[in-house]
Write a protein of this length. Sequence first.
Length: 166
Amino acid sequence: MSESLNLSGLWMGSYAYDFGGTVPFLAKIEDRDGALSGTIIEPNTMGESSDSLEAILQGSRHGRAVDFTKAYDGASDAAHAVDYVGRLSGDGASVSGVWSLEDIDGSFEMHREAVWEEAEGREAEVVRTGLDARLLSDGALPPRPIGRFQPATCLFHLCLRLGSSD
C-alpha cells in the first residue's frame, strides 16, 4: 500500500481555468518519504517566445494529501509560481484537486504514466514513435490542440529532455 502512495514517476495531467480552457502538462516527480521534487513541462499558452514552458515542482505528500508549488523557470514567457493542493486516489493512479495564483484559480488532475522502473523504457518508446496515440494507456486519443501547440509534443519534448538528463 505504501508503494501506491509514492508519487515517483511520470504523470500526464491537465489544469483548467474556472472561466474555461484546459492546459495539458507532463510532470516528472520524485517522492522521497513524502518530500516531492521534480519538473513540469506544458505548452506555452502565455506568449510566443517558445512552444513550451518548464517549471520546477517542490512540495509534500502526507498520506493521500498532496501539496506542491509549480515555479516556472523564467526562460520563456512565465516566471511566477502556482500552488496546487490535491488528493491521491485510492489506487494511487491519479491526483485531483485545485490550483491557485493570486486571485485566479481552477482545478487539475493528473494520472500516473510510469514509475521510475518503467520510465526509461517508456521514454525510449515515445522518442522512437513520436508519441503515437497507441502509447496512451487508456486507448484514448491525445488531448485536443491548444492554439498552434499539440499537447502530445509536450510529452515528446519532455521525454527527450528526461532521457538526456539521466
